[in-house]
Design a protein. Sequence first.
Length: 419
Amino acid sequence: MKDSVYRAPKGTRDLVWPDSERRRSFIDLFAGIVSRAGYAEIVPPMFEHIEVFQRLGDGTDVVRKEMYDFEDKGGRNIALRPEQTASIVRAYAEHRPSLPWKVWYAGPNFRYERAQKGRFRQFDQVGVEALGTDDPHLDVEVIAIAWRFYEALGLRQVNLLLNSVGTSQDRTRYIEALSGYLEKRKDDLSTEAQETLVSNPLRVLDSKRNEDIGVVSEAPSILEHLSDDANSHFNRVQEGLEKLKIPYSVEPNLVRGLDYYVQTTFEFTTESIDAAQDAIGGGGRYDGLAAEMGAPATPGVGFALGLDRTLMACEAEKTFIGPEQLLQIYVVDTTGGENSLVITDQLRQNGFKVDRSFGDRSMKAQMKAADKSGAKIALIIGEDEVEKGVVTIRDLRGEEGQEEIASDSIIANLEKRLG
RNA sequence: GUGACCGUAGCUCAGCUAGGUUAGAGCACCUGUUUGUGGUCCAGGAUGUCGGGGGUUCAAAUCCCCUCGGUCACCCCA
């Protein structure tokens, strides 16, 4: 607190146990689900040439003003990744893997923003990307994976919002129609929305301001501007979701912040967080992005889920709570520590979660530490035990009390107690 | 980038309105009551440049200004 140099930088924090372990379990659970669907892990670099991200479009704030960019010692313009889709499509363009190419990722992204609840400058996302087919069933698969993951976490209050912004031609035609309409109603819009209208008209649809909501509700709908192809794609996606019994609602005003989306776009929101940050995940199709990165035109679809926000939702729904204990066994040794040294090592080799006391502390202090550690069992070694060739096993949590066990049957006894 | 609120012990906070002797509480920590036994109780102990700088004053945690930091909201997004 004294000196800002000795604090984590603004918008970052240290994840310590149990939060650190909760994060790991979260990623493990995700990895299990996606790997069963044929997705392989990819670990792209955390920074790229800035052009890679600029390909995402200059209409997005994420690239316009939120990038951590700098010049490296070689004079290259580098940016910390604000998201991972761009890196992955760049990797695709670079390596040209065989298709379809299905990958998943987990790791931090960086955006230079004012931090607030559920919004950090370094934040973790997990996600998948699938390139190589424009089959709407792939859209469904990607959405379903996210949905099943939320279910696996135990979340029940998640909503799937679905939309189609059509092909890039549809999108362009729609933007014209929308801009025309909004220009006419410009005076009714908030000043902020009027600015957005110039930079990125689609995003006006997303405004939550009261004065804008009325204007937006009467705006032409994207769904009326879809080409036949886009329409049938969108219908197939919806049919697929219905077959899988995944509930969704079509939101014609759903506009994602990244410009590269075409056709299907979707977002997951939670009802359990009443704060502003209720968007816990989202994604869509980006059929034009690979070509943009210099690869042959290749369709793609993917999603990203915010790890921190999803865990906030878990907290609100009291599910996927953190680990209960770090330790199973705590070794107390009042004979100098050699016995503890050896037995602790043995128990660890046998798969138990074990810690011990260090320093020459009294039995009372060691027992206190054993209790505080959360361990279920204390193993006590004192002069008496050494003489008799036993150890005392004391139950710290239940009613079992304690008993002396011959040194050579400790492992069997502990296995029985701890299951 | 804009706005609001908040910075006092490791943590949560009281004290500030109407400035006045060594700045408090609870939790946590350590020790003891019990020289081989934790969790409850009791007793004792350690811990603060009252975010930083400047000003007003005989006197500032308290009033004023600046600054740094934090939180939340807008914006944007996960």
